[in-house]
Design a protein around this ligand. Structure first.
Ligand code: ADP
Ligand code: MG
Length: 399
């Protein structure tokens, strides 16, 4: 789960990381009021969306007057911000963070990530701040400093001093850098984060080390241990199809294609998507309805898949091991009676009681296209989507 910049900054500040003074606003008027409260004569208005690259996309505005803040906010609120991290659909701006402008002397990149190959938290830093890490690693790979943390002893101060030295931090500021690195590491560990990224971490004109940006991502599977983090979830920043699925306990990832998939098991769901692609189609989603595949779950899955207006055919692919095909078939029939599905539905069942399952589908009187292998199912789904069933001699459309 991702959180907003202002939320990440608040967490990091609690661990001793220096951040600029700032305040949140939900309207342009509130933003100017916040700026007045903050005082000073330079403010930065920052769109709060779950994505980086806001600066280049018009989501960060440096302002010197209240009128500039008002105008800047009016351009942002309610709009979708499209950055290279949001995808073409963008992310809605409903909150802005008004921050005191900081005199920047130099910008540093700092990231804490979970390195799966070493099974350690890894610190990645570069004196080339302001650029995205992907750019740095493509253009200035030699500038990247790495350190891994031994979990038994935690991040050591000598490691922090080494990083500070390699980044060329002035000796008088080394201690501040140690405090910043230790603060980020503790924030990471204590909240089961999977990423803390500060880009840029800046050295200011008055010799302070300040986090100008902050991004934190948390391990979804550990959120139950951190209700105060789970509360920060902002559904306005998520794909609405995915939030709906999460609320229903289904594992769903929305994609760009038009063949909806309803599958039990993540591996089978992946194989189904691959097979659709092999047959020349594009899956509209990844959806694992889990082992149970009860009629209720199948109905929920149909509702979810059909809520995507791009879907032009639905492929149901169920392997019944513990489950039974006749139950699943009943579930499909019940779901199709309950949920309005006005696109072709292709069902492939395999496993326990498959013949009985097929019989239930055939006798239901519903226009279900049946297939016996995954490839056949994928070809029929693609064929049905292309509205070109004529060449498919053995397709059986009931009713
Ligand atoms: P993003 O990474 O989404 O583009 P950042 O928070 O990194 O957003 O802001 C982009 C740039 O704007 C920073 O690299 C920095 O140069 C400038 N900036 C951001 N916040 C401030 C601030 N409080 N004071 C001065 N400059 C800022
Ligand atoms: Mg940034």
């Amino acid at each position: 789960m991702d959180i907003h910049e202002y939320q990440a900054k608040e967490i990091l500040a609690g661990f001793g990381v220096d951040v600029p003074a700032g305040a949140l606003a939900y309207s342009p008027e509130q933003a100017t009021y916040r700026a007045r409260e903050l005082g000073g004569d330079l403010w930065v208005v920052k769109a709060q969306v779950h994505a980086g690259g806001r600066g280049k996309a018009g989501g960060v505005k440096v302002c010197t007057t209240e009128a500039e803040i008002q105008n800047g906010c009016e351009e942002m609120f309610g709009r979708k911000l499209v950055t290279h991290q949001t995808g073409p659909e963008g992310k809605g701006i409903y909150r802005v963070y008004v921050e005191a402008g900081v005199p920047i002397e130099r910008e540093i990149y700092l990231g804490f990530v979970l390195d799966r190959s070493s099974q350690r938290v890894m610190i990645v830093a570069s004196a080339e701040g302001g650029m995205e890490i992907e750019e740095i690693s493509a253009e200035k790979p030699e500038s990247i400093v790495r350190a891994t943390v031994e979990p038994a002893v935690g991040l050591q101060d000598f490691q922090c001093r080494q990083i500070a030295f390699k980044l060329g931090i002035e000796p008088a500021m080394t201690q501040q850098m140690v405090r910043t690195l230790q603060g980020c590491y503790r924030a990471f560990r204590e909240h089961d984060a999977t990423m803390v990224e500060i880009n840029p971490l800046v050295v200011t004109g008055d010799s302070r080390i300040v986090a100008l940006d902050a991004k934190m991502t948390f391990d979804d599977n550990a959120l139950f241990r951190h209700p105060q983090i789970a509360e920060l979830r902002d559904k306005s920043q998520e794909d609405p199809r995915e939030s709906r699925a999460a609320d229903r306990g289904l594992s769903y990832v929305g994609l760009e294609g038009n063949i909806g998939c309803i599958v039990n098991g993540a591996g089978l769901a992946m194989a189904t998507m691959d097979t659709i692609k092999m047959a020349g189609g594009e899956p509209a989603n990844f959806l694992d309805i889990g082992g149970g595949a009860t009629p209720e779950r199948v109905a929920k899955a149909f509702r979810l898949v059909m809520s995507d207006s791009n879907v032009q055919a639905v492929l149901v692919n169920i392997f019944a091991g513990i489950n039974r095909c006749d139950w699943v078939a009943k579930g499909v029939v019940q779901a199709l009676e309950e949920v309005q599905v006005d696109v072709p539905v292709i069902v492939r069942l395999a496993g326990t009681n498959v013949e009985e399952g097929q019989k239930i589908l055939a006798q239901s009187g519903l226009p279900i296209i049946r297939a016996s292998t995954l490839m056949e199912a994928a070809e029929r789904a693609v064929g049905a989507w292309q509205n070109d069933l004529s060449h498919e001699t053995n397709v059986r459309v009931v009713k």
